[in-house]
Write a protein that binds this ligand. Structure first.
Ligand SMILES: Cc1cc2nc3c(=O)[nH]c(=O)nc-3n(C[C@H](O)[C@H](O)[C@H](O)COP(=O)(O)O)c2cc1C
Length: 212
């Protein structure tokens, strides 16, 4: 009889029918600290672009490169910075080409109206410019040399009248030896100005090839 009583008591204890509610078990607290999420990579689109009388287009109020720069910024969520020379180039096309040619021949460094003050926070910098005499406008050289691009990724893009990027990617690599310089995009200025749908398709295809 005693044995049967003990057996019943064991069964009741094991099956939890003793009337006592078990407290919910708290999940084990992990003592390992969480790895902080990587900070979001900040992107900048910096560009130089001229308005006024433009090659094979006529008078423009927004520069061709500025149009492409805005497309890239809108699609990547980038900030923008416009490079302006301290002394603006003439609106008239021919006088502008003459000044630009002299600047290229003398390898001038035209002063900037102002430099960027927060470049350090950006990891990737899209750099846009028009092709001038098959080269970077010299004011772009001023900008590249006035800033430290070490460790950054530079993504060049240009607008042009037929030359494509010419030797400009090489110029950027030479001016920023400690940056990673990717392949650039070249868009015909007239397309950017007058056919934004076509320009946008080129920008989209290029950006998606870069992983954006
Ligand atoms: C001073 C000057 C020089 C130029 N030289 C070239 C050139 O060598 N090759 C070319 O394809 N286009 C040349 N162009 C045309 C511009 O690259 C083209 O119109 C560009 O889209 C202008 O861009 P923006 O409106 O952003 O300044 C030149 C334009 C100017 C004003």
């Amino acid at each position: 009889m005693k044995k049967i009583f003990l057996l019943l008591l064991m069964i009741l204890t094991v099956s939890g029918c003793g009337g006592e509610e078990k407290a919910p078990v708290e999940p084990e607290k992990k003592s390992v600290e969480q790895t902080p999420a990587p900070t979001d990579k900040k992107i900048l689109v910096v560009y130089f672009s001229r308005t006024g009388e433009e090659y094979s287009i006529g008078n423009i109020t927004k520069g061709n490169t500025a149009i492409v720069a805005e497309m890239i910024a809108a699609k990547t969520g980038a900030d923008t910075f416009e490079i302006k020379p301290a002394v603006a180039y003439p609106d008239a096309y021919e006088p502008c080409t003459e000044i630009a040619k002299k600047e290229l021949e003398s390898n001038a460094r035209p002063a900037l109206e102002k430099n960027i003050d927060n470049l350090a926070q950006y990891d990737t910098v899209f750099i846009g410019f028009p092709i001038w005499w098959g080269a970077l406008p010299r004011v772009m050289m001023t900008f590249l040399e006035a800033n430290d691009f070490s460790g950054k990724t530079i993504v060049p893009f240009c607008t042009h009248g037929g030359s494509g990027l010419a030797g400009t990617v090489r110029e950027i690599k030479d001016a920023c030896p400690n940056a990673k310089v990717l392949d650039g995009l070249a868009i015909v200025g007239k397309t950017a100005q007058n056919d934004s749908a076509a320009a946008e398709m080129e920008v989209d295809a290029w950006l998606s090839g870069l992983g954006y």
